[in-house]
Ligand binder design. Sequence first.
Ligand SMILES: CC/C=C\C/C=C\C/C=C\CC/C=C/CC(=O)SCCNC(=O)CCNC(=O)[C@H](O)C(C)(C)COP(=O)(O)OP(=O)(O)OC[C@H]1O[C@@H](n2cnc3c(N)ncnc32)[C@H](O)[C@@H]1OP(=O)(O)O
Length: 241
Amino acid sequence: MRNPPVNSLSLEFLTELLISLEKLENDKTFHGIIITSDCPGIFSAGLDLTEMCGRDPEHYAEYWKAVQEMWLRFYLSNLVVIAAINGVSPAGGCLLSLTCDYRVLANNPKYAIGLNETLLGIVAPFWFKDTLVNTIGHRSAERALQLGLLFPPAEALRVGVVDQVVPEDQVQSTARLVMAQWLDIPDHARQLTKTLMRKPTADRLLTERDADIQNFVRFICKDSIQKSLHAYLEKLKQKKG
Ligand SMILES: CC/C=C\C/C=C\C/C=C\CC/C=C/CC(=O)SCCNC(=O)CCNC(=O)[C@H](O)C(C)(C)COP(=O)(O)OP(=O)(O)OC[C@H]1O[C@@H](n2cnc3c(N)ncnc32)[C@H](O)[C@@H]1OP(=O)(O)O
């Protein structure tokens, strides 16, 4: 991913990601992809806050549809998808990595990962929650979501948000080793098993997709939510000085 400075998932970047995924899926010589970041120290800052602030309801609806599409397409991809997480990965960045089949995280105490939405005064939607529950179990997910926990590497491994923590200079090579192991499995059997495991979760969003968009638009348009998001963005900007 190369969307400097922080790989935020803007509408444009989400569209590019989806086009890239589709191209790779349609090219039958590809069987797996590794998602990693070209922005030093940042895997992805998550959803682009500027897409959710000070825009009109039509824009929010279009943006949310793209976020849903990203999740559905990556979560259900027939390719083996591995996240080589070489930086901090909050909220939507964590969600993207949770859609993958396997997560390798660099062992750097600055690289926290988690769904921290509550810290911004917003609520992780049910499909973010379901993806986390499917990964780390109900109790750990409940605690992580309510507290908006961002896990440093050792904690992330302990709770199961990531599958492996390795020295920073070994993230890519480890992801490639893991990929080789996954590609050794007969592809049709692996793909069907993935679908079996994930389809019920994806179906829940597919059947409630329009209602979910309406919910998001209603929620994000609230004055109190807009104020929280503006304040959070301002805090990020002021951090610099
Ligand atoms: C009852 C309700 C029922 C249902 C609910 C219905 C719907 C649900 C509603 C809402 C859900 C919405 C879900 C959202 C999920 C998300 O992903 S929200 C985004 C969360 N992301 C973050 O909290 C990360 C914020 N960023 C940071 O912490 C830091 O920037 C980071 C550690 C990533 C990097 O730090 P650093 O290297 O120091 O860089 P800067 O902080 O200086 O940032 C550089 C510039 O980038 C801008 N920026 C950072 N993050 C974002 C972002 N996510 N979006 C847009 N822009 C971002 C930052 O402002 C700087 O800009 P500047 O250079 O100052 O112009």
